[in-house]
Design a protein around this ligand. Structure first.
Ligand SMILES: C[S@@+](CC[C@H](N)C(=O)[O-])C[C@H]1O[C@@H](n2cnc3c(N)ncnc32)[C@H](O)[C@@H]1O
Length: 354
């Protein structure tokens, strides 16, 4: 191969990396039910447009663009059908719609990602003037959508992972930042004599009561609204935090761990369910998500040594890491010290979040 051959190949590959419209089109089509409307058969674009109530000309052009990326194929009559790749997006094939939805509020932050590159601060805060969760707390429908997305994500990640951790058979488990409550219901499903507390911001708990009624778990779960920067329910045997700490900078994550540490008894354990970069089945998406967390939340994914340092900063000690096909369970217990610095002194160090 000569240099003349290499350049066009490199240019084609490079321009593929610059293509931001394919992910946006795919997300739009998921959100608006376009893929599901095509299903697995040949369809006329006009018929699909009529069924969905969308503009037929634009739908046809969007499908043509996705055909150029092998998501659809076209026959001699001009009809379209999803390819094998495209059929992966069908909800009937289990594609988690929520996770890949079209999120204008995330895109506003990404439009200002330069701010994150220059300052290390979250572009979301730069755009909206407040942090992600405070902003969502003022937008009930968006928070409900976020919690449903998280539920679908956690459900997929936990599929074969819940029994990998040896949950205690009795006592109380507190799910800190538990969101939809799905993880807690899965743990209680494993241990019939365990009781649970679902702890999260008030706006995140809007659907929790109905969810536990539906699961028949209302008598075993207490729903407790609160802010984990102020404190979490004290004295439980076990605390669990799933996909929470990666939303926060090291300073804020230390403060959250500090309130957990204060709530724990000497025999309590805290189980953190997160990615450990470089261990377990780290998905290639982890590195993209790491940057997404920086832009939206000033958060980050962490390696084992970064997790270790974080736990130590809150006087917690990592005792075991259990890798599962989803994320990893990290068990931590109180350290030998007096606990983390007092709230007053940690606030003096950093008052701002996100
Ligand atoms: C990425 S979601 C994870 C939800 C759930 N643990 C899961 O794995 O599906 C982060 C959760 O942290 C909660 N959260 C954010 N800030 C909080 C705060 N200050 N106090 C309590 N919960 C908070 C959010 O409401 C959200 O439910």
């Amino acid at each position: 191969m000569t240099d003349d051959d290499i350049l066009p190949v490199a240019l084609t590959n490079a321009s593929t990396l610059l293509d931001y419209w394919t992910p946006l089109l795919a997300r739009l089509c998921i959100e608006e039910g376009v893929f599901d409307a095509y299903g697995t058969t040949w369809r006329r674009d006009d018929d699909v447009a009529r069924a969905l109530g969308v503009n037929p000309g634009v739908l046809g052009r969007m499908v043509r663009a996705l055909s150029s990326r092998d998501v659809f194929e076209e026959n001699a009559d001009g009809d379209h059908r999803l390819t094998e790749l495209g059929q992966a997006f069908l909800s009937a094939h289990g594609f988690p719609k929520g996770v890949a939805g079209f999120k204008p509020w995330d895109l506003h932050a990404w439009a200002e990602a330069r701010h994150t590159l220059l300052t290390g601060e979250a572009a979301f805060r730069h755009h909206y003037g407040t942090d992600y969760f405070t902003w969502m707390s003022g937008h009930d429908e968006i928070f409900a959508e976020f919690s449903e997305d998280m539920k679908l994500r956690t459900l997929g990640l936990l599929a074969s992972g819940i029994s990998a951790y040896p949950w205690p058979s009795a006592g109380t488990v507190v799910d800190v930042g538990g969101g939809s409550g799905y993880l807690l219901s899965a743990v209680l499903g494993e241990r019939p004599d365990l009781k649970g507390i679902l702890f999260d911001l008030p706006a995140a708990l809007a659907d929790a009561e109905g969810y536990y009624d539906g699961c028949g778990l209302s008598d075993r779960v207490t729903i407790t609204p609160g802010d984990f920067f102020d404190g979490v329910p004290a004295g439980a045997e076990i605390y669990v935090m799933a996909s929470v700490l990666h939303d926060w900078s090291d300073d804020d994550a230390t403060r959250i761990l500090g309130t957990c540490r204060k709530a724990m008894t000497p025999s309590s354990a805290l189980v953190v369910y997160e990615t450990v970069l470089g261990e377990g089945p780290t998905s290639p998406l982890s590195f993209g998500l790491d940057v997404h967390l920086a832009v939206l939340l000033k958060g980050r994914e962490r390696t084992r040594s970064e997790w270790n340092a974080l736990f130590r900063s809150a006087d917690l000690r990592l005792t075991q890491v259990i890798n599962t096909p989803g994320l990893s369970w990290m068990e931590v217990v109180p350290g030998e010290g007096e606990g983390p610095p007092s709230r007053a002194s940690s606030h003096a160090v950093t008052r701002r979040r996100g």
